[in-house]
Design a protein around this ligand. Structure first.
Ligand code: CU
Length: 380
């Protein structure tokens, strides 16, 4: 449905470029798009907000992203999301290292939410009474009250509903930020990202539309697991029991694990991200606490918003891009060769020794023009 819509729009726009006679037809539509955009940016009264159409979105577990249209259809909406906080034990690696994670919806990172600029995000945040700790949510895409953190402090057994207007287009981190416990909750897994698309969809900043075929969400997470006197990772009964030792490790700023999507190997091997030659893939990558530098080994970032904000034209043909801690970035790439690509944090120690690596498994025809083994490895 979505794809049909975009293909149709693309065809219309491509056709228009060759049909001067259509200009009078196209112009009013361009003008009305501008008017629509202006209207969308206008402050609304409470009554007007209450009258907006509502859309309820079921979030999905990363690296996948809920269904959405890339161009906004109609005017601003209220988009309803629910996040349920889950405190749960998670396994970080094949050695069985444990963390008492704090999560939004049970995954690290929490799910990627997608809206359009000038839509209203309405989040229901639930802290079930099975949890032990107080939590909240700070959206970097929101304006005021600590990004919503000041309005969403929920104890176990409570819920809160926050509405904010997504005024800026881009990918943005959200994270838990409870008074006195901010870094502990963030580095225990309690972060995710929201993508606020421009109403007209992504472009290269010079009028070329960038329509993706697939979007994946990679959330990078640094963990600080305490060790015993023999150097083995310690296990605890609960997050509360682990807190003092964990804070001590955190203060040394040396993570024990740096992983994509919650565990070493969560996106490699049989969990590799899938793509095909010719597919346009958008990779959203967040790091709520620490700097990172994604790199696609054997590929590139054709269009990269390293700090993730879509009003800036993307950087072209990047080899590695820098995402500061507390930021989400986005990279758009059309795969040109089949094979297994490693997608890594190009601090290679963090990738190969601590876990910050994913795989793309790309199907399709090999292109000898781009690369060919002229002589296979053989004796001299
Ligand atoms: Cu929390």
């Amino acid at each position: 449905m979505t794809e049909t819509f975009h293909i149709t729009r693309r065809n219309i726009l491509a056709g228009a470029a060759f049909a001067g006679a259509l200009a009078p037809v196209i112009m009013p539509s361009a003008a009305s798009a501008a008017e629509e955009k202006k209207a969308a940016a206008k402050p609304l009264t409470s009554a007007e907000i209450a009258a907006l159409p509502r859309v309820k979105v079921d979030l999905v577990k990363p690296p996948f992203v809920h269904a959405h249209t890339q161009k906004a259809e109609g005017g601003p909406k209220i988009v309803e999301f629910t996040l349920t906080i889950k405190e749960q034990k998670m396994i970080l690696d094949d050695k069985g290292t444990e963390v008492h994670a704090m999560t939004f919806n049970g995954s690290v990172p929490g799910p990627l939410m997608v809206v359009h600029q000038d839509d209203y995000v309405e989040l229901t945040l639930i802290n079930p009474d099975t949890n032990e700790l107080q939590h909240n949510i700070d959206f970097h895409s929101a304006t005021g009250a600590l990004g919503g953190g000041g309005l969403t402090i929920v104890n176990p057994g409570e819920k809160a509903i926050l509405r904010f207007k997504a005024t800026k287009a881009g990918v943005f981190v959200y994270h838990c930020a409870p008074p006195g416990m901010v870094p502990w909750h963030v580095t225990s897994g309690m972060n995710g990202a929201i993508m606020v698309l421009p109403r007209e969809g992504l472009t290269d900043g010079h009028g070329k539309e960038l329509v993706y075929d697939k979007v994946y969400y990679v959330g990078e997470q640094d963990f600080y697991i305490p060790r015993d006197e023999n150097g083995n990772f310690k296990k605890y009964e609960s997050a509360g029991d682990a807190m003092a030792d964990t804070l001590e490790v955190m203060r040394k700023l040396t993570p024990s694990h740096i992983v994509f999507n919650g565990a070493v190997g969560a996106l490699t091997g049989e969990h590799a991200l899938q793509a095909a030659v010719g597919e346009k893939v958008l990779i959203v990558h967040s790091q709520a606490n620490r700097d990172t530098r994604p790199h696609l080994i054997g590929g590139h970032g054709d269009y990269v918003w390293a700090t993730g904000k879509f009003r800036n034209p993307p950087d072209l043909d990047q080899e590695t891009w820098f995402i500061p801690g507390g930021t989400a970035g986005a990279a758009f790439y059309t795969f040109e060769q089949p094979g297994i690509y490693a997608y890594v944090n190009h601090n290679l120690i963090e990738a190969f020794e601590l876990g910050a690596a994913a795989h793309f498994k790309v199907t399709g025809e090999w292109n000898n023009n781009l690369m060919q083994a002229v002589l296979a490895p053989s004796s001299i």
